[in-house]
Design a protein around this ligand. Structure first.
Ligand code: FPP
Length: 340
């Protein structure tokens, strides 16, 4: 089915298939309803008179459930996921390609090659699940230290991925973005990245950020320098004051929510200079699985584990923060306070 145009909005085929009584689905869960009102987030889409209502989050989950056959071992996992508590943004450190190859007595680049499939599966599953942003760490500013042949193979694989996967990106309404210092990339890689970014720019389902020539410290330095440049241009340099909002909106990821869930494959307990600012309150999930072995099953397990976590952002849990609980805590502290 082709996508439809309504006014200035494009309705991707999957929404059109829904037969929903909506005039457009724009900007990540930002929906224009038939009565002209706009609603953000989890909204009830009004379907044609005889059909029941569904929520936009249920609809994305539906896309995943429909793609799974009965008897598929992932179906039960997918059904266990609460669509109302999905992470908005998942970030992944795809690690372990070299070890995967080493265990098979293959050259390291064979591990990178085997890592392309999981990139496709992960992006498609996240899009079908209703994740708004997926950020994949594909090449760090430090990765230039690797042998030239390995670096060149990574560029070749990236170009292969971009050529091969454009239909999958379009079919799943995925918009590609790149974060990192792109000016240092080989010109043919930049050209192909730009072409794919362009071709997917009107997709509104999920944003796929590829972190390429990316470093968390470099990103913060770039953000601060861009703030200084702007202030110099505006003549505000002498009164300039930095705050968290100003820095956050000057990062490469300015248009994205911070990651809720950071997954690292291959068991290493490191952040590796990835999204240093943005992961301040991300839930961390480290799996022993090496990236080339990472499957839809692993991803669903990570999301389920995320849904078990209680996120407090430095505060207290709902029950511990209640006035009654605070009074009890104070009472139980009294003897200790008197002793000291
Ligand atoms: C880390 O594993 C992985 C990388 C540096 C590259 C990731 C690249 C891919 C998954 C290939 C395709 C990517 C895209 C976006 C198409 P490592 O080599 O450091 O593994 P090791 O720690 O076992 O040596």
């Amino acid at each position: 089915m082709r996508s439809q145009r309504v006014g200035r909005m494009r309705i991707p085929p999957r929404y059109a298939q829904l037969g929903a009584d909506l005039r457009g689905c724009a900007l990540r869960g930002d929906v224009s309803l038939i009565d002209g009102s706009r609603v953000r987030g989890a909204v009830t889409l009004r379907r044609t008179a005889v059909q029941p209502c569904c929520t936009i989050k249920d609809y994305f989950m539906k896309a995943l459930l429909e793609s799974l056959r009965s008897g598929d071992k992932d179906l039960e996992l997918a059904r266990a996921i609460d669509p109302a508590r999905l992470p908005e943004h998942i970030a992944i450190i795809m690690d372990g390609n070299g070890r995967w190859a080493g265990r098979r007595f293959l050259p390291r680049v064979a591990g990178h090659k085997a890592g392309v499939g999981p990139v496709r599966v992960t992006a498609e599953t996240c899009a079908r699940l209703g994740i708004k942003v997926l950020t994949l760490y594909a090449f760090s500013v430090e990765n230039w230290k690797r042998p030239r042949h390995e670096v060149e193979t990574l560029w070749r694989l990236l170009r292969y991925y971009l050529n091969q996967e454009l239909p999958t990106l379009q079919k799943n309404d995925i918009r590609l973005q790149v974060i990192g210092r792109q000016d240092a990339l080989p010109p043919e890689v930049r050209r192909e990245l730009d072409a794919t970014i362009d071709a997917t720019s009107s997709n509104r389902g999920m944003t796929l950020n590829l972190a390429i020539n990316y470093g968390g410290r470099a990103e913060i330095v770039d953000a601060v320098n861009s703030i200084l440049d702007m202030a110099r241009l505006d003549g505000r340099i002498h009164t300039l004051k930095l705050d968290e909002d100003l820095i956050a909106t000057s990062l490469y990821t300015a248009s994205c929510p911070d990651p809720d869930l950071l997954i690292r494959t291959s068991g290493e307990m490191r952040i590796s200079n990835f999204l240093l600012w943005q992961i301040a309150y991300a839930e961390l999930y480290v799996t022993e699985t090496l990236w080339p072995d990472f499957t839809r099953n692993d991803l669903l397990l990570a999301v389920l584990e995320y849904q078990k976590r209680e996120r407090r952002y430095g505060g207290l849990s709902a029950s511990k923060g209640s006035p009654a609980r605070a009074a009890l805590d104070e009472e139980s502290l009294q003897p200790a306070l008197h002793e000291s």
